[in-house]
Design a protein around this ligand. Structure first.
Ligand code: FAD
Length: 606
């Protein structure tokens, strides 16, 4: 009975929403939203990734930003998780997944309704409209899988392997898209683009696919549980352990490239590129492991080089006086070489803690040096709290859509609640750390590790044992301010003592992607693109997964989940751009010309 009533409420809301949009009826649209409501559009209606907050602004944007999208067919999607009552960001709400279509594509959305305190009617608290597919250019999956006619029936022609070899060689052609970096970000966008029939080449300077994980420290297993970490199209087998070991993931990356027929060149460094506005393409230089160079002209370059690209080395002039070895965390390989030696690790993020623990396990004497307050959270259960949705029962696809549907302010509110809970669960550990003088931090406004990651890319540690070693005194702790200077034998402390050391590891993080852009594309492009990652004053990650002010330049990065989710949207934009459906300077809205073309069924505007 209850279910029928809420179903009717959602169906009525969707019908009225569609009517409000098609009739351009502001009054009706306003009656559907709470004053404090949010609309996130991921390409479906505006060709942008944008969040608008507040009823008046939402309605104004719905009226002005829709271009020729002409959305219709809004209905609860019977093929997806049924609508239900849930608590999000501390508020009980009805959450429903719906479908719709536009002139250009098919979309899915999530609407959350809560009762109006005045008349009791159900109004929208949050609304997501997201593009899922471009009409006429759907992914070739399931029933639309490729038939393989050419190599299945023509016994004289090239077979599947011949065709694969030819595709990956790029002997007589250049790719439409060059993806720089073959970690999870590069693989997911390449998989999506390949599905959309966009000729895509991934390059990575490492020798072997998966080396970006293989070469990390010996004991590494992933921090998030396996069910959150799947790559697009090819989920990890159900037999896999909860926390995936690095070498297992590295091997999976190789299998992924093979199975999804991705074009991937190893041992190939991207040296830089220049954009030709007239021709609408790049001239890029790739350097092979043997030093040979290849010039290519892709129309798009996707940077998937990781948010941790160029090491950030702090300016500590006295380190030049130190007689031992100095390594940045990116150069550190494993602890065994330092057995019986004294070591100092500077930096208390994930890398600093993990390296300290690795050195300790290898038999070294270790002191961890803290430079600024750090967020500590036990890897289990506390660090997993934000992923509870992925254990609730909906399919992976529905979990991803629900995750996408959380506007920034509500995501922050949820993370404040997760952080408060984690503090209660981890109280004993956190008290112990404070006792030894470790300076704790819980993120801006208490928003926890996820927002540290999304704003700074670090500043936290998922405790897999190092915090316990610190509390027990088996790894030493020192505040950076206690060091007066480095001397040949180690660190001279303000107390007058000398902390002897053979090795200093600088676990001091990485420079932002802006540095890499400047290095590879020059000052002008770096200026034009501006800040990358983090939110600034906005509600979306800057320049991520979306068009940038530099035509043909795109960025993808983040966790496996982020890459899985946003690679879909990035690929749809590149495909639309290839089809001529996106024009520069139009802020994402199709030109009037496009309307005609779509109406007449022409495939391209150019
Ligand atoms: C202990 C630990 C546990 C973690 N657990 C998780 C987890 O559970 N879930 C999760 O999502 N994340 C986890 N992470 C975070 C994860 O490491 C990063 O999110 C991930 O590596 C980022 O992937 P990426 O593809 O963006 O970048 P990377 O993996 O850094 O790959 C970038 C690639 O670009 C290549 N490259 C860079 N510059 C060039 C160039 N000029 N030319 C050619 N190639 C280039 C590099 O060789 C590299 O292979 C964990 C990290 C650590 C250390």
């Amino acid at each position: 009975m209850e279910k029928t009533m809420i179903e009717a409420a959602v169906a009525q809301w969707l019908a009225r929403f569609e009517k409000g949009l098609s009739a351009a009826d502001d009054f009706l649209l306003k009656s559907l939203f709470h004053a404090d409501s949010h609309w996130r559009d991921v390409l479906a209606l505006t060709w942008r990734i944008q969040t608008v907050s507040g009823r008046d602004d939402v309605v104004a944007a719905l009226r002005t930003d829709l271009g020729c999208a002409r959305p219709s067919g809004f209905a609860i999607d019977p093929g997806r998780t049924p609508l239900r009552r849930v608590t999000r960001a501390g508020t009980e709400t009805i959450e429903a997944i719906f479908k719709f279509e536009t002139n250009e594509g098919r979309g899915s959305g999530v609407v959350r309704l809560t009762p109006d305190s005045g008349d009791g009617s159900h109004k929208a608290w949050t609304l997501l409209t997201a593009l899922e597919a471009l009409k006429g250019h759907e992914e070739q999956v399931g029933k639309s899988r490729p038939h393989g006619e050419s190599y299945s029936r023509d016994f004289r022609g090239p077979n599947w392997l011949d065709l694969r070899k030819e595709a990956v060689a790029y002997g007589d052609r250049d790719p439409a898209v060059l993806v720089v970096g073959g970690g999870q970000a590069g693989l997911s966008i390449a998989a999506r683009l390949t599905q959309l029939q966009v000729d895509t080449l991934v390059i990575d300077r490492m020798e072997r696919i998966g080396d970006n994980w293989r070469k990390r420290y010996h004991a590494l297993t992933l921090h998030n549980q396996v069910q959150v970490n799947h790559l697009p199209y090819m989920p990890f087998p159900p037999t896999w352990p909860t926390y995936i070991p690095k070498d297992k993931l590295a091997a999976w990356f190789e299998a992924y490239v093979e199975s999804l027929e991705l074009n991937y060149w190893t041992g190939t460094e991207f040296e830089g590129g220049r954009y030709d506005e007239q021709a609408g393409r790049w001239t890029v230089t790739l350097r092979g492991a043997d030093g040979t160079r290849r010039i290519m002209h892709p129309r798009h370059v996707v940077m998937a080089t990781g948010v941790s690209g160029i090491p950030s080395i702090p300016d500590i002039p006295s380190l030049r006086d130190f007689g031992g070895k100095v390594l940045h965390s990116s150069q550190y390989e494993d602890g065994e070489a330092w057995q019986g030696k004294s070591t100092i690790v500077i930096g208390t993020g994930n890398s600093g803690h993990d390296i300290a623990q690795d050195l300790h396990s290898g038999g070294a004497k270790v002191t961890l040096v803290q430079r600024s307050p750090t967020l500590i959270v036990n890897v289990e259960p506390s660090a997993q709290l934000p992923y509870a949705l992925y254990d609730e029962g909906p399919s992976l696809e529905d979990c991803d859509l629900i995750t996408t549907s959380m506007p920034l302010s509500l995501a922050k509110k949820s993370h404040v609640l997760f952080t408060e809970r984690a503090r209660r669960i981890d109280k004993e550990l956190l008290d112990g750390l404070e006792r030894i003088g470790f300076k704790l931090d819980f993120g801006e406004d208490g928003t926890g590790w996820q927002f540290k990651y999304l704003t700074r890319g670090g500043g936290y540690y998922f405790n897999v044992g190092c915090s316990d070693l610190l509390v027990d005194g088996r790894i030493g702790l020192l505040q950076f301010a206690e060091i007066e200077r480095f001397v040949a034998e180690g660190a001279r402390l303000r107390s007058g003592e000398t902390l002897a050391a053979d090795l200093v590891v600088l676990a001091t993080g990485y420079k932002g992607q802006e540095y890499l852009v400047r290095k590879l594309f020059g000052e002008d492009v770096a200026e034009r693109v501006g800040a990358i990652w983090g939110f600034g004053d906005g509600q979306e990650l800057r320049n991520m997964f979306t068009r940038t002010p530099q035509p043909g330049l795109w960025f993808i990065a983040g966790s496996l989940a982020q890459c899985r989710i946003y690679s879909r949207y990035l690929a749809l934009q590149i495909k639309a751009s290839e089809l001529g459906w996106l024009r520069e300077g139009l802020r994402g809205i199709l030109e009037p010309d496009a309307e005609r073309v779509l109406a007449t069924g022409e495939k391209s505007l150019s």
